[in-house]
Design a protein around this ligand. Structure first.
Ligand code: BES
Ligand code: MN
Ligand code: MN
Length: 456
């Protein structure tokens, strides 16, 4: 593997330049204003995949943005790794909080600042470069398929359809993804679990039009006041969620499992200073690691209504709205939880208002077995390049397609993330460490090598 090491050293500047070019294309999937750029990004990724040595590279059209596919099949007798990643990014706003423009990447203090630098362009691109390095040095030990989508940040609906319709094409022994985080640059970890998601939107309507808040205030239900009361009632004094049946499918972990989970190094004081908070907050009886990793949650993501402009306008609004997400854990079914939410939310509404509830995208939680050959291979790869055994962790975020890979392709996924929680993904000033980018490129080929050896 020394030959790969020197190849990385010799090509590191170019790898970075190519990533910066990718980051300059604003592939925001949520906003139709960026449509052209999203398509252009797919083409750029396809070209780079071809350049890296992949065969059969194509842009698979969908009802939305195309899926970039490519492969290198060297022998039917060898295992096949399916690499998944996404080339779309979150919207960059609020723009005024960025220290440099989100689509004009800059390298500062050994970090790449740009929207998508960590989530997921930077992490996805490591796989293309690791593949290139193996191809150029005759070191690819097994078959590989690449599937890079452009709609992860909007729920991967079209990818779900694509996977169902292309089982044969996507057949593989293991899925490999870098789209999660590790504990710290000197504390490597591998993600063994992700939470699921139910995402709801609610609308509370009071009077048939906005009213003067003096003329009518006190006599007519204010939908914003009502919505706030309803939302507040969704947690009890122990920060337990009050929706009937919400916890029914949740498995309680044994004392031993919880103890092992809490072995994960966690610096509460640093966590608080990092975020500028005086206290952590959450479900009674659980640690922060547990609250994020193994417990379901409910959070308001946005709430609006009435007058929010400059100065003061005295108005009793007709409507109030909110977007509410629930993070789910294994065994909870996203569609069922959405239904429980809807029923409960309608039930707690006073007769003075009307309530409308709609469900957005969702997805199921996943756990990766840590005793599989693939997980062991990943752990050994990290140990080789970091000099330390990685710790299995349970991340709070969601990648809904992972559960679908299991369901449709019957394949487990290795979540080999190289980001850090502090990389500000989905936030202003998102960044990705050069250390992490290069370490990822260095680590990935070891996974291929160890995994292939174990599968023989
Ligand atoms: N890469 C993230 C998920 C993630 C981040 C997992 C950090 C673990 C650690 C992914 O791009 C993402 O943002 N997913 C969304 C869900 C999607 C349906 C919009 C999420 O978790 O909110
Ligand atoms: Mn991502
Ligand atoms: Mn994301």
């Amino acid at each position: 593997m020394e030959i790969l090491q020197s190849y990385l050293q010799q090509n590191k500047e170019r790898f970075l330049e190519e990533l910066l070019a990718l980051l300059r294309i604003p592939s925001v999937s949520a906003d139709p204003a960026y449509k052209e750029a999203v398509f252009k990004t797919a083409e750029y990724v396809a070209q780079k995949l071809k350049d890296a040595g992949a065969d059969a590279v194509e842009l698979c059209p969908t009802a939305g943005y195309p899926i970039v596919y490519g492969e290198k099949i060297i022998s039917p007798n060898l295992p096949t790794v399916l690499v998944y990643g996404h080339y779309d990014v979150q919207p960059p706003d609020p723009l005024d909080l960025w220290h440099s423009p989100p689509f004009e990447p800059v390298v500062k203090n050994e970090k790449i600042y740009a929207r998508g630098s960590c989530d997921d362009k930077g992490q996805m691109y490591m796989h293309l470069k690791a593949f290139e390095a193996m191809m150029q040095n005759n070191a690819l030990p097994c078959n590989v398929k690449f599937m890079i989508e452009g709609e992860e940040e909007v729920g991967s609906n079209n990818l779900g359809i694509f996977v169902k319709n292309n089982r044969e094409k996507l057949l593989c022994d293991i899925v490999l993804i870098s789209d999660t985080s590790m504990i710290a640059n000197d504390v490597p970890s591998i993600t063994a679990g992700l939470r699921g998601l139910s995402y709801m939107e609610v609308e509370v309507t009071g009077p048939n039009r906005d009213l003067h808040s003096g003329v009518y205030g006190g006599a007519v239900a204010n939908p914003i006041n009502i919505l706030c009361e309803m939302i507040a009632s969704l947690h009890d004094e122990n920060k337990h969620i009050t929706i009937p049946g919400f916890y029914d499918a949740v498995r309680e972990l044994s004392a031993a499992e919880r103890q092992s989970l809490n072995q994960k190094p966690f610096d509460e004081a640093k966590y608080k200073t990092d975020l500028g908070i005086a206290e952590t907050w959450g479900e009674k009886g659980y640690t922060t690691t547990e609250r994020v990793g193994i417990r379901p949650t409910l959070d308001v993501n946005g709430i609006w209504g009435g007058y929010t402009g400059e100065g003061a306008k005295t108005v009793l609004p007709s409507k109030a709205k909110a977007k509410i997400s629930m993070r789910l854990v294994p065994n909870q079914d996203s569609a069922h939880i959405s239904k429980l939410f809807e029923e409960h939310f309608k039930k707690i509404a006073p007769a003075a208002v009307k309530v409308k509830v709609t469900a957005h995208h969702g997805g199921e939680a996943v756990v990766t077995p840590t005793d599989s050959l693939a997980f062991q291979a990943a752990a050994e790869a990290f140990e080789t390049t970091f000099g330390k055994k990685p710790i299995p962790t349970y991340d709070g975020g969601s990648i809904p397609i992972v559960a679908l890979f299991k369901k449709e392709l019957h394949t487990d996924t290795i979540l080999m993330g190289f980001g850090l929680d502090s990389d500000a993904i989905h936030s202003p000033n998102e960044h990705y460490g050069l250390f992490n980018f290069y370490k990822g490129i260095e680590t990935i080929p070891y996974f291929y090598q160890y995994y292939t050896a174990k599968m023989r």
